[in-house]
Design a protein around this ligand. Structure first.
Ligand SMILES: Nc1ncnc2c1ncn2[C@@H]1O[C@H](COP(=O)(O)OP(=O)(O)O)[C@@H](O)[C@H]1O
Ligand SMILES: Cc1ncc(COP(=O)(O)O)c(N)n1
Ligand SMILES: [Mg+2]
Length: 539
């Protein structure tokens, strides 16, 4: 093992005495002997990420970024601090390593007591620290290990001793579930190969995979001249390219730390790796987008706002309701021509559908002027809110925003779910009409909450709408992780056969004419609901 002298910015301090102020050591409590634990009537799990990383005085990266990212995504984040850095928006001015024995002590304190789900690593500045971490993880195994091999800050300053390379490659990587180098770090890990193209990133991911992690993500945030920010994921067999818009902003300090801790938070919440990476990538992109014009500091690289969701009016974290896929059970979609034919106002039609047992409503008003549409949408919102039924608007993000609807449903030729998410914020429901597995995959990547799949049967409601049949519906359901609602020509005669398909993510049926092209909307809805319920009970 070669041990070159550390770069000048590192001032290594010997692990001297731990602290003259430290109190007498307390014993580690066992959960079985803990009195307040025994007294708790019902334990609520709290996804827990432990970050082992350096402190960044500018709070854009390092421990501070990790804590904010985990908090934003709903995970608890404890922290073992490996180094204290003096940083600002101009770069890194100083680094002071925490004594190794105190790092061991911090690891022991947290891991022995606090039910950590996932460990995420950031700045591990010395080989000795990596060795201590490996030993601690062997003693206290966790569900997943996310290794962000931080070596150089985005400003170009060195954050680790070169001797760590060997310890990463031969020790920590083999224990890792995912390793997330940026292109410069991937190059260092591979002896200085140059990475300029996606093909180079793929080769690098394949080579790093050989060091033993289960997955590798080579991040392309620093790849020049691209309108997209592309990260390359490798699972040992296949590559997945995670593509996002490249946000034009100076505020990219801490993107790597944030991505890795967001992956860790999602894993702690129970996500699959692919899903965790996608959520993390979307989170970084949204945070950069919302922070792109913020100004803090005078240097070239500023921090971004991890808690941007708190500022997304009118939704704050406290009022965010998670989308319940079961609400797709009986999905009523309005149609103004049908309402006109039967002399129903939109409000009356919605009220009647809810009376009959519709579990979610969508206003699909293709030929109505914006102003009367908004008035009707506001009235429908009141009706829906008082009955606890979500109300979505078809296509019209402006109307949805203006009436504070619960979400939007878009088709393949409308603006993408990703753009709708940017406009509506994270708390809203977004549905996408999909006919193929590829469209379903794209909708999931764009952050949609559910898919509308059809036409399952021939329909006259929508012109030029090819019929997919059960086979097409099956292909989309099997290919997708998202909940699906079947649509197109569904009525009281055939709804039962759709529900009998019983695919786990097929949550319900969406109906237009069989509810609204009728005189008595409430009794048609009631009838359909009892048909669906009888199939569900038999299933
Ligand atoms: N300007 C940007 N716009 C959108 N995404 C970005 C931007 N810069 C970085 N990212 C994303 O942030 C994440 C961290 O990547 P990167 O910045 O390459 O890591 P690091 O901070 O370790 O250098 C990646 O998902 C990357 O694609
Ligand atoms: C303490 C600390 N840890 C990590 C980074 C990397 O920052 P980035 O995420 O921008 O690569 C940093 N600048 N400081
Ligand atoms: Mg970065």
């Amino acid at each position: 093992m070669s041990c070159a002298p550390p770069p000048p910015i590192l001032r290594l301090h010997p692990p001297s005495s731990i602290s003259p102020f430290s109190s007498p050591r307390r014993p580690h409590l066992s959960p079985r002997t803990c009195p307040w634990r025994l007294a708790a009537a019902r334990e609520m799990p709290w996804p827990h990420v432990l970050t082992v990383a350096g402190s960044d005085s500018s709070a854009g990266a390092g421990i501070q970024a990790d804590v904010k990212a985990c908090a934003a995504l709903g995970a608890y984040c404890s922290s073992v601090i490996t180094a204290v850095t003096a940083q600002n928006t101009a770069g890194v001015q100083g680094v002071h390593l925490v004594p190794e024995e105190l790092i061991r002590e911090q690891l022991q304190s947290v891991l022995s007591d606090m039910s950590v789900d996932v460990v995420k690593t950031g700045m591990l500045p010395s080989a000795g620290i990596i060795k201590i971490l490996c030993e601690s993880l062997q003693k206290f195994p966790v569900k997943a290990l996310v290794v962000d091999p931080v070596m150089v800050s985005t400003s170009g300053d060195s954050l680790s001793d070169p001797s760590t390379l060997t310890y990463y490659r031969d020790g920590l990587f083999a224990m890792a579930d995912i390793v997330t180098p940026n292109v410069k770090e991937a190059s260092k890990l591979l002896g200085g190969v140059s990475l300029h193209t996606i093909a180079d990133m793929r080769d690098a991911a394949e080579s790093i995979y050989k060091f033993g992690p289960r997955y590798v993500l080579v991040k392309g945030g620093d790849m020049p001249d691209s309108s997209e920010a592309i990260d390359v994921f490798y699972d040992g067999k296949e590559f997945v390219e995670f593509r996002g818009h490249r946000i034009k902003t100076r505020n990219t300090h801490g993107t790597g730390c944030t991505l890795a801790s967001s992956i860790a938070a999602e894993l702690a919440k129970g996500s699959s790796m692919l899903n965790a990476v996608q959520v993390a990538k979307n989170f970084v992109e949204s945070a950069l987008h919302h922070s792109k014009d913020l100004v803090i500091g005078n240097g070239p690289q500023g921090p971004f706002d991890h808690l941007f969701r708190l500022k997304c009016p009118p939704y704050n974290i406290g009022s965010q309701q998670r989308f319940n896929p079961d609400s797709l059970f009986l999905y009523a979609v309005t149609d103004s021509r049908m309402n006109k034919r039967w002399g129903h106002s939109i409000e009356d039609a919605v009220k009647a559908a809810i009376e009959g047992g519709a579990t979610i409503v969508q206003l699909r008003e293709k030929d109505i002027e914006s102003r009367p549409f908004l008035e009707a949408a506001k009235a429908c919102m009141e009706i829906c809110r008082s009955s606890g039924v979500p109300l979505l608007i078809n296509d019209r993000v402006d109307i949805a925003l203006a009436c504070n609807a619960d979400g939007v449903h878009v088709g393949q030729s409308d603006i993408s779910a990703r753009e709708v998410r940017e406009l509506l914020g994270p708390g809203k429901i977004i549905g996408v009409s999909c006919k193929t597995p590829a469209q379903a995959e794209q909708a999931w990547r764009d952050g949609a909450d559910y898919l509308g799949c059809g036409g399952v049967f021939p329909t006259t409601t929508k012109a030029n709408n090819p019929t997919l049949g059960f086979e097409g519906l099956k292909a989309v359901c099997l290919a997708s992780k998202l909940p699906v609602v079947a649509i197109g020509g569904i009525n009281a005669t055939n709804a039962g056969s759709v529900m009998e398909l019983d695919f786990p993510n097929l949550k319900g049926v969406a109906v237009v004419s069989a509810l609204f092209d009728r005189e008595c909307v409430s009794s048609e809805t009631r009838n359909l609901r009892s048909i669906l319920a009888s199939v569900r009970c038999l299933a």
